[in-house]
Design a protein around this ligand. Structure first.
Ligand code: SF4
Length: 368
């Protein structure tokens, strides 16, 4: 049975405490709602705001996004991470233009048919942009519902049922946003501010005296760590060799300096030590077909980066092969390879760790 007290208290609180975010300006534009929801996945609102505003200057409408090349889309996403979101958004914008005459569908079912739109995003767009009675369950909302109902290890389906049951008909958009805001600002993962919470009188976790214990944390396994060796290869004309990652998969379509993960059996070998090595040359040959004999090689440094399920450490080298070694690179495991002037490197959509590597080495190259 629906508990109207919860919705009433929450909406009353929301009317006074809602966050002023650019994608909430009325009247709601479904394209902007969708864009914000995609950017906000795995990313905090304060980080998203400048990306959101820059994006809309470049792609003010769904049609503008659909007409843009993928490279330009990835460039605008650069630094926000989880690039599959940008690729899917772009593919979905094209699908909306081609199959829906440019109108974003209003139902959860039709939204779910678009690339990259899962149950949460479909529910969020349908409720926030079209005020459909659709639940939306993100990490913040899951935590709030688990705590209010005192659920230590709730199943996903159970939480969806609860979210549906609690939804006040005709006010789903505000209700979902209120739960999101409560989870982001009051019912935080650590140290929830129960005295300031509108739901404290209804909350089982608060009554237990240890609200932070809900939901119980799963025992996380140690995060795997990978070591990657990277070469910033510069030819005799001062051009930099750069590879585009394949379109699908991690960081798909982004550009990087020539890199390869070290197999566990090779870890600790000299490719990851302080001296350039045969294995650095082997790596360049394996990724580009270039057979580098003599070369000036200098260590640039290390860059660490964390993804959701693993961490990497990249050791980067500046490699200047002797003249004549760099004629025709062949992409091996890359979608393409390009020689670019140092002034052009920053115009490409680089991965975040490649941006750091570039900052380590650009001053050593001639950038007019
Ligand atoms: S009372 Fe505390 S634990 Fe319960 S919903 Fe509010 S902030 Fe979260």
């Amino acid at each position: 049975m629906r508990d109207e007290r919860l919705a009433d208290r929450l909406l009353h609180w929301f009317a006074r405490h809602k966050r002023d975010l650019p994608w909430r300006r009325e009247p709601r534009d479904p394209y902007r709602v969708w864009l914000a929801e995609v950017m906000l996945q795995q990313t905090q609102a304060t980080t998203v705001v400048p990306y959101y505003e820059r994006w809309l200057e470049r792609f003010p409408t769904l049609e503008a996004l659909a007409a843009a090349p993928l490279d330009a889309v990835l460039k605008m996403w650069e630094g926000l991470g989880y690039y599959a979101r940008a690729r899917n958004l772009h593919a979905a914008a094209r699908a909306v233009v081609q199959t829906h005459d440019g109108r974003i569908p209003e139902t959860v079912e039709a939204l779910l048919a678009l690339p990259g739109i899962g149950r949460y995003t479909a529910g969020a767009i349908a409720s926030l942009a079209f005020n459909a009675d659709a639940p939306a369950l993100d990490g913040n909302i899951k935590r709030v519902l688990s705590r209010v109902h005192g659920l230590s290890a709730p199943k996903e389906a159970e939480l969806w049922r609860l979210a549906e049951l609690l939804l006040p008909p005709g006010r789903a958009g505000a209700f979902n946003e209120a739960l999101m805001d409560l989870g982001a600002t009051v019912c935080t993962p650590r140290a929830p501010r129960c005295p300031a919470c509108p739901l404290r009188a209804l909350c089982a976790a608060q009554a237990s005296g240890d609200p932070e214990a809900y939901p119980a944390r799963s025992n996380r396994k140690a995060t795997p760590h990978h070591e990657v060796v990277t070469a910033v290869v510069v030819d005799e004309r001062g051009r930099v060799l750069i590879g585009q990652r394949p379109p699908d998969g991690l960081l798909g379509g982004l550009w990087e300096f020539i890199s390869s993960e070290l197999r566990p059996s090779r870890r600790g070998e000299d490719a990851f030590g302080d001296r350039p090595s045969a294995s650095l040359r082997r790596m360049i040959a394996a990724r580009t077909g270039l057979r580098i004999g003599r070369a000036d090689v200098a260590l640039l440094g290390e860059v660490k980066h964390a993804f959701t399920h693993f961490r990497i450490t990249r050791r980067a080298w500046l490699v200047r092969p002797a003249a004549g070694c760099c004629a025709k690179p062949q992409p091996k495991g890359y979608a393409s390879l390009l020689w670019v002037a140092p002034t052009e490197v920053e115009s490409l959509a680089l991965t975040r760790s490649d941006q750091k590597i570039w900052r380590m080495c650009r001053d050593r190259l001639t950038v007019p």
